[in-house]
Write a protein that binds this ligand. Structure first.
Ligand code: NAD
Length: 347
């Protein structure tokens, strides 16, 4: 298939791009490199250095050739930042998606896969898995922007017959098991890459927020899904789209506490990880884990890299080889391809 991937220079998008290439598909990427890296896009993949706010340019790409499927990852995704800049987030996520969805619908695209989020379920206290039919109650402009996009896709299906999949997930984690790509966010806010940088001596002590949650060791429980398992799910749902639109929760199904993540990193690296307690953060619920019953049943998908040790191991291996990540790579408009691999860090 001929696949157009927005945000393909970002963490999840780039892993799905190599998943698509490995499966024999043809791929092109649109990305403005605001948070992504040119070096994360494999050589040989066509790259359009564009912002999705540019409706005219997007329409040109959709009109000039026939795309079998569009996979949409491009977005801003920091929940806290969205609370400080609500309209910026709504514009950057919703308006950009509308530009893309409209161009797809009007140019006859039949399949669209959307990176939604489990953040649209809000942050209320729950002590069981979040089911596929849980009520949507976004507690941030980020979550709201994703729900608005899901609704736009419902209308694109009803009026234009464009089938879509909205995949709602929590924390993508880990790195390509073959070491070709990894996780790189600036600023980094995710626990696993922060903890790995701590154990590698690339940053100071790790803070663990709260030790009095009603969980097995007092720290928060979160859902970490390996990014290669995510890529597998994206590829499986494309096939379903010939028949109908779908919305799925996507999770590991196994929640891990913050302390279990720390212990896994110590175990895998064979090193002590310096950490300290910090007060609870406002709005952090005890447990956020998605139930993925529907996608498992309807596509046969299940996570292969579900153990926290494997998730951490793949992330650690990539970071050891790439202590400076993609930061030094080319920016927008510069088509130079640089090798992904860097220096290995001594453990
Ligand atoms: N990482 C996670 O744990 C997670 C969890 C749930 C959902 N998601 C969703 O998955 C998607 C990818 O997340 P990620 O962690 O890979 O983020 P990322 O920041 O690494 O990737 C986003 C990519 O989109 C590009 N981009 C952003 N705005 C753009 C625009 N206006 N025009 C063109 N390109 C633009 C960025 O340059 C970047 O390459 C996002 O939509 C995010 O909301 C991520």
């Amino acid at each position: 298939m001929k696949c157009l991937v927005t945000g393909g220079a970002g963490y999840v998008g780039s892993h799905v791009v190599i998943g698509l290439l490995d499966a024999g598909h043809e791929v092109a990427v649109i990305d403005n490199l605001s948070t992504g890296y040119r070096a994360a896009v494999p050589s040989g993949v066509r790259f359009f250095p564009l912002d999705l706010l540019d409706a005219e340019a997007i329409n040109k790409i959709l009109a000039s050739e026939k795309w079998d499927v569009v996979l949409h990852f491009a977005a801003l995704s920091l929940v806290n930042e969205s609370m400080r800049k609500p309209f910026y987030y709504l514009r950057q996520n919703y308006i950009t998606a509308l530009n893309l969805i409209e161009a797809c619908a009007q140019n006859g695209v039949r399949r669209f896969v959307f990176s939604s989020t489990a953040a649209l379920f809000g942050g209320k206290e729950r002590f069981s898995l979040i089911p596929d039919n849980a009520r949507v109650e976004a507690s941030s402009p980020y979550g709201e922007s994703k729900f608005l996009i899901e609704r736009a896709l419902v209308w694109a299906d009803q009026i234009y017959g464009m089938r879509s999949a909205s995949l709602r997930y929590f924390n993508a984690a880990g790195a390509d098991p073959l070491g070709r790509l990894g996780e790189e966010h600036t600023p980094e806010t995710h626990l696993i890459p922060l903890a790995i940088d701590t154990v590698l001596g690339l940053r100071g002590k790790l803070k663990i927020f709260g030790n009095d949650y009603p969980t097995r060791d007092g720290t928060c429980i979160r859902d970490y899904i390996h990014v290669t398992d995510l890529a597998d799910a994206y590829i499986r749902v494309i096939e379903l789209l010939d028949r109908r639109s779908v919305t799925y929760n996507l999770g590991n199904g196994l929640g891990f506490t913050n302390m279990e993540v720390v212990q896994a990193i110590e175990h895998v690296s064979g090193r002590k990880l310096p950490w300290e307690w910090a007060p609870r953060r406002t709005g952090d619920p005890s447990m956020l884990v998605a139930d993925s019953a529907l996608i498992r049943r309807e596509t046969g998908w299940s996570p292969h890299y579900s153990s926290i040790d494997i998730i951490v191991e793949t992330a650690l291996q990539w970071r050891k080889r790439n202590p400076h990540g993609y930061r030094k790579q080319a920016g927008i408009g510069q088509e130079k391809w640089s090798p992904i691999f860097g220096q290995e860090v001594e453990l």
